[in-house]
Design a binder for this molecule. Structure first.
Ligand SMILES: [Zn+2]
Length: 138
């Protein structure tokens, strides 16, 4: 399952970061998930709950923010959002399916929509509240 393997990676980073800050537990996690990752937020939550059980991240609040697709077209110069209906692509063939909404070029550069990153992480230290911004790509 796509979501499970992705959440394994995410959780690994979270736990590492929590350890680095001697956190007692993780309180809140903000995730940014690009539309082109085809990660289902409900599945991600489910995977998180299952995988975080017994760790310091157990019962942390998981916020998932969807990031839309933005492209830059090398042919006509259009830069901005496009809507993408599918198909799902987990193998990196996407440019083949993406199309510039202005000139129809099939080779737009994807600026955003592919990311899956932890935008911030709130952890509770043993004795004090500790919040930290941690932009980190996975
Ligand atoms: Zn174009």
């Amino acid at each position: 399952m796509h979501e499970f393997s992705m959440m394994e990676k995410i959780l690994r980073v979270i736990l590492l970061e929590a350890k680095r800050h001697s956190a007692k537990n993780v309180v809140e996690i903000d995730l940014e998930v690009g539309e082109l990752t085809f990660l289902n937020p409900d599945q991600l939550r489910f995977a998180f709950e299952a995988l975080s059980e017994g760790t310091v991240a157990e019962r942390a609040k998981l916020n998932i923010e969807k990031v839309g697709v933005r492209i830059k077209c090398p042919r006509c110069g259009y830069e901005g959002p496009i809507s993408y209906e599918g198909p799902e692509d987990h193998l990196g063939y996407l440019p083949r399916f993406l199309e510039c909404s202005v000139c129809g070029s099939r080779e737009p550069d994807v600026i955003s929509g592919r990311e899956c990153m932890i935008r911030s992480l709130k952890v509770r230290a043993s004795s004090r509240q500790d919040a930290k911004k941690m932009p980190e790509a996975i």
